[in-house]
Write a protein that binds this ligand. Structure first.
Ligand SMILES: [Zn+2]
Length: 407
């Protein structure tokens, strides 16, 4: 048994005035005290003047992708051993940045499933290869359905369930990592998505839809998808535009929305021209600079907040240099820029994301009985979320993370 005492604390839902002592036994939190209690003499206490909080959750990663443009596609030509090496490096980068759970929404050959319970590495919630259309978005991951008959769609879900996935991911629209895919239209009709959702729910799995286009978002909502990724609102007529009615319906149905932000903006400041996928996305938005694109996404966050949509935090990490594994802490600052309180933004990155991942009661909170997924960062996060980028200590299911670099 050992304990972490910090001057400031966030428990997954709220800040605890005066900080807290988190007592850990094995892989569990056994106590969270806000008073300075006397612990047994044999309990080691590590004291910090920073903030203790639950480990963060990246709800959209591609562990097999190495943060280069085109890296996801290149996995198709790699051996399993090469892919596994990338997965391990990705998980280490997440852990070193305080992400103790990641949801992988697109791998190849189900490689990530073998790393779900690796000691000292983040917990992995895995989708396997996304369901897509022949030649459609990320078809190179091997998840295309042969046809769009009910039986084909149902067997695509059942195959993944038999492999043991935790979530079904479907590419409801095209995407920017797949040139030539239909980014402004739909890869599946609402009726087809409904079949996928029904079958996923029948086998006890949630379904999340990748949707850049407005029509794919509408189809996913109508089909009863549990979550929508990107939520970009693109159409050929309007660039990005999402009506109030759709936001209200998404909120009413309790759909989890992940804008996949967490961008390292310093990277963009240094880059004279954005890489082709981002340039294309910005062109669809009708903006010419990353700052304008970023401002539009922050404005969208503000609207999600006004409409009480359940927002969770994901990065699409691994897909490009600004979307590194371990960037999810940056989404907290972006939400604050969008008008969220720091507590609400942190709750999105911890307890709400845990709930979206089916892990409520397991992680995302500093509470007795929960896994000892614990992050300690410099300073008082309630005053400055950038301190999330300065981790002091990290526990993944009770195991301290060894960070390769200091400071
Ligand atoms: Zn993705």
């Amino acid at each position: 048994m050992f304990a972490i005492r910090a001057a400031h604390a966030f428990d997954g839902n709220r800040f605890l005035p005066g900080g807290a002592t988190v007592v850990v036994a094995g892989d569990r939190i056994v106590d969270v005290d806000t008073d300075r209690v006397d612990l047994p003499a044999d309990v080691d206490v590590a004291e910090y003047d920073g903030t203790v909080l639950p480990g963060l959750i990246d709800c959209h990663t591609h562990l097999v992708a190495d943060c280069t443009v085109g890296g996801l596609e290149r996995t198709a030509a790699m051996t399993d051993g090469e892919i596994d090496a990338i997965i391990i490096a990705s998980l280490r980068a997440h852990a070193a940045a305080g992400a103790t759970t990641v949801r992988d929404l697109g791998d190849i050959r189900y490689r990530t499933l073998g790393f779900r319970d690796a000691p000292g590495l983040p917990r992995v919630v895995a989708s396997g290869p996304p369901v897509t259309t022949p030649g459609g978005h990320c078809h190179f991951l091997g998840g295309a359905v042969g046809g769009v008959l009910d039986a084909d769609l149902r067997s695509a879900v059942r195959e993944r369930a038999e492999r043991g996935v935790d979530v079904i991911k479907v590419m409801a629209s095209g995407g920017f990592a797949t040139p030539g895919s239909d980014q402004l239209g739909a890869q599946f009709t609402a009726a087809e998505l409904t079949v996928l959702v029904e079958e996923a729910h029948r086998v006890g799995l949630p379904l999340v839809a990748h949707a850049h286009s407005l029509v794919a978002m509408e189809n996913a909502v109508a089909a009863g998808a549990d979550g929508i990724e990107h939520f970009t609102g693109l159409s050929s007529a309007h660039g990005s535009r999402i009506d109030d009615d759709l936001l209200d319906e998404v909120a009413r149905r309790g759909v989890y929305v992940d804008l996949t932000m967490g961008n390292d903006r310093s990277f963009h400041a240094l880059m004279p021209t954005p890489p082709p996928p981002l340039a294309e996305l910005m062109a669809r938005f009708g903006v010419s600079s990353f700052d304008e694109f970023y401002a539009a996404r922050i404005a969208e966050l503000a609207r999600l907040r006004e409409h009480a949509v359940r927002v969770i935090t994901g990065v699409d990490s691994g897909m490009a240099p600004p979307k590194r594994h371990g960037n999810v802490w940056r989404t907290v600052g972006e939400m604050v820029e969008g008008g969220y309180s720091t507590a609400d933004a942190l709750a999105a990155a911890t307890s709400a994301s845990a709930q979206a991942c089916g892990l409520a009661g397991e992680t995302g909170r500093l509470a007795p009985g929960h896994a000892a997924d614990v992050l300690v960062v410099d300073g008082d996060v309630s005053r400055d979320t950038s301190t999330l980028g300065s981790p002091r200590a990290i526990l993944v299911r009770g195991i301290p993370v060894q960070r390769e670099t200091s400071g």
